[in-house]
Design a protein around this ligand. Structure first.
Ligand code: BJW
Length: 306
């Protein structure tokens, strides 16, 4: 159980109870207890690849088969995962406080599945469960919702389950079971041979029928969705001050997301950080009046927001 300093918690509660305009900034650590890996540090490797290096347009251009297998695996894992108590607590606060806005860097769909009110949830980095055409100039298909697992037969994920399991019966691991004589496999294990997929094995855009589909996430060097940027700017730039920004489970190293901490501070916000690692501090460093709660977000956030 996380040991939470009572005085600090009381001080946060006293401030929250007087607040009307609150932001939260979410990162991968929020979903860690739901079993989904983070990007940096331990768990940031997929097979032998740094997850960050796969999340780029260059990686997709160089090896779309590899990058699609990475995303297909993550779609599958995210679908199997369940929202945790922190996702539910954030959704609940949204319902109670109309001036609460969540900025999520997560693409795993867990906040949506915890029934977080949609108009109070801005998805800064898109979602695994939308697809769009690689061709943004002419075709421009998407983003379209897509929950099909596997998204195409060649991307069936070997789950490591036995061939008589539900998944195998539904056909999810059929492809690699046939390829690998029904051995128990987990594609994230670098010892498991990865099939070499050609572009024709990958999901094709249903509109132009020419270019590949890609996951509806924001890769490095790409712009965040313009309507999301606009909504966040509108919220921050209202004349009223912002009371608090709650920064949960993020290393706060990726921009523009991390920059929202300072923007909120400039509008009067006090900063509250929930993180396993005290070295993952807000961009801009610590200030008088900030709160830091060290530990698992799934344990701490429900108590902060109760
Ligand atoms: C726990 C826990 C538990 C663990 N409980 N805590 C300004 C300055 C410098 C550079 C730039 C800048 N502006 C833009 C850039 C370039 C770039 C950037 O930021 N680079 C930096 C790395 C320096 N930004 C961009 O390219 C963005 N685009 C953009 O700005 O366009 C315009 C432009 C382009 C080029 C130049 C200038 C302007 C796009 C960024 C897109 C990020 N995309 C990814 C991949 C998404 C798809 C996918 O999922 O595959 O988003 S990268 C990855 O990082 C993912 C995450 O959302 C994001 C943040 O990671 P997060 O969530 O913080 O995870 P971790 O792993 O880093 O941290 C987890 C934390 O949890 C840790 O602190 C743990 O301790 C903690 N933790 N368990 C509580 N149980």
């Amino acid at each position: 159980d996380a040991v939470i300093d009572k005085e600090r918690m009381d001080s946060f509660h006293a401030h929250l109870s007087k607040s009307t305009r609150v932001l939260s900034l979410l990162g991968a650590g929020l979903s860690a207890t739901s079993g989904l890996p983070t990007f940096r540090g331990a768990g940031g490797l997929w097979r032998t690849h740094d997850s960050i290096s796969l999340a780029t347009p260059e990686a997709f251009d160089a090896n779309p088969g590899l990058v699609w297998q990475f995303y297909s695996y993550r779609r599958h894992m995210a679908m199997q995962a369940q929202p945790n108590a922190a996702h539910y607590a954030l959704a609940e606060l949204s319902r109670k406080m109309p001036g609460f806005m969540t900025l999520s860097q997560n693409v795993d769909g867990l906040s949506q599945r915890a029934d977080h009110p949609r108009e109070q949830l801005q998805l800064l980095h898109g979602t695994l469960f939308e697809v769009r055409c690689m061709d943004r100039d002419v075709c421009r298909y998407g983003p379209e919702a897509n929950f099909t697992d596997p998204i195409c037969p060649a991307l069936a994920i070997p789950t490591g389950a036995d061939p008589t399991s539900n998944e195998a019966r539904k056909g999810i691991s059929e492809y690699l079971h046939t390829k690998h004589q029904g051995k128990d496999l987990d594609i994230s294990d670098a010892a498991v041979p990865l099939p070499d997929l050609a572009p024709e094995d990958l999901p094709i855009c249903p509109q132009c029928k020419k270019h590949l589909l890609r996951p509806g996430v924001v890769w490095f060097g790409e712009s965040l969705p313009s309507e999301v940027l606009q909504t966040v700017d509108d919220f921050i730039n209202q004349p009223e001050k912002i009371d608090i920004i709650i920064v949960i489970g993020t290393s706060a190293k990726v921009y523009p997301a991390a920059g929202y901490i300072e923007e909120a501070r400039d509008k009067g916000a006090r900063v509250c950080v929930v993180n396993m690692d005290e070295n993952d501090r807000p961009s801009g460093g610590w200030e008088e009046g900030d709160w830091f709660f060290k530990g698992d977000a799934a344990q701490i956030v429900p108590r902060l927001l109760e």
